[in-house]
Write a protein that binds this ligand. Structure first.
Ligand code: GTP
Length: 279
């Protein structure tokens, strides 16, 4: 179904029907912490008071159509599609099937009682599809750069992928996540600690939050996307509140201007009348 039609139909649903259709493991009432406090540039420890008030108001109204666009980027075969599949279908495929251009999934969350759709754009890592995939970066709120923890060259590439995406994304301050995949393949704790440390340094350099996951075992996958859902919900709601404040401010400024213009006009007319009468 065409994505726009889907959202139009959904926005006409009663809120109870919509919220009941969201599974309980997609309902979030507590802010999800980062993978480790040291791995995040901003810990976002809790929901902001304004965001909680907004959510309470929203629950009593028709649901607003909050949509968070997310792009998965990174080298060939680092595990982007498996990550999306683990989240959306809770399955894992050992057979590698290259993504052709881009794939699309939607996952619904209910955050503080308000529905939000996570649009997941899974892009191809193959060089020949880069142009097609990059066309889908525009307007993304979240960038997830995936690298294979067993191949540190893909970590260097992840940094390049992020910098390239930032040039075309055209969104103010998108949230950036650096994700080490295939955690299950590293059994030596010392080896893991070294990779983890290197990844955190890279993450800091690119203003990203670092996570380490395994799509094979499902390790940290659900937590990771719940974390994204919380942080992006908070960001989108704050943006909405700021823009409505700005329009109220603009409206107030316009009204004041109109009042002052009118009163000036009135004074001028009065004065001219007075002048006229006095002659
Ligand atoms: N052991 C293990 N293998 C994984 C994991 N995630 C992905 N793989 C394997 O890695 C290979 C590539 O995974 P994909 O998810 O298709 O990789 P991709 O990044 O989407 O690749 P492109 O579509 O070419 O960009 C597949 O054979 C997967 O089975 C994981 O967590 N653990």
């Amino acid at each position: 179904m065409d994505a726009n039609l889907f959202y139009r139909l959904e926005s006409q649903m009663p809120i109870a029907t919509l919220t009941n259709s969201i599974p309980s493991d997609r309902k979030i009432d507590q802010f999800v912490p980062p993978y480790g406090y040291l791995s995040s540039i901003d810990a976002f420890p809790s929901f902001d008071e304004n965001v909680i008030n907004y959510s309470t108001n929203q629950r009593s109204q028709k649901p607003s159509n909050l949509i968070c666009k997310l792009v998965l980027i990174g080298d060939v075969a680092v595990g982007k599609s498996c990550l999306a599949t683990r989240l959306c279908h809770n399955t894992f495929d050992r057979n590698y099937k290259a993504t052709i251009g881009v794939d699309f999934e939607v996952e619904k969350f209910l955050i503080l009682g308000v529905p939000m759709s996570l649009q997941i754009w899974d892009t191809a890592g193959q060089e020949r599809f880069k142009c097609i995939a990059a066309a889908y970066y525009r307007g993304a709120h979240v960038i997830i750069a995936v690298f294979d923890m067993n191949d540190l060259d893909t970590l260097k590439s992840a940094e390049r992928w992020i910098n390239e995406a930032l040039k075309t994304i055209a969104t103010d301050n998108p949230l950036i996540y650096l994700v080490g995949s295939k955690r299950d393949l590293i059994t030596d704790d010392k080896v893991y600690a070294k990779i983890d440390q290197t990844a955190r340094i890279t993450a800091k350099r690119v203003n990203a939050e670092f996570w380490s996951v395994s799509s094979l075992t499902g390790h940290q996958v659900q937590e990771f996307f719940k974390r994204i859902a919380c942080v992006s919900y908070q960001m989108l709601v704050k943006q909405q509140l700021n823009s409505s404040n700005t329009s109220i401010e603009k409206l107030t400024a316009k009204t004041q201007l109109a009042v002052s213009l009118n009163s000036n006009n009135y004074i001028t007319k009065q004065q001219s009348k007075e002048n006229c009468c006095s002659t």
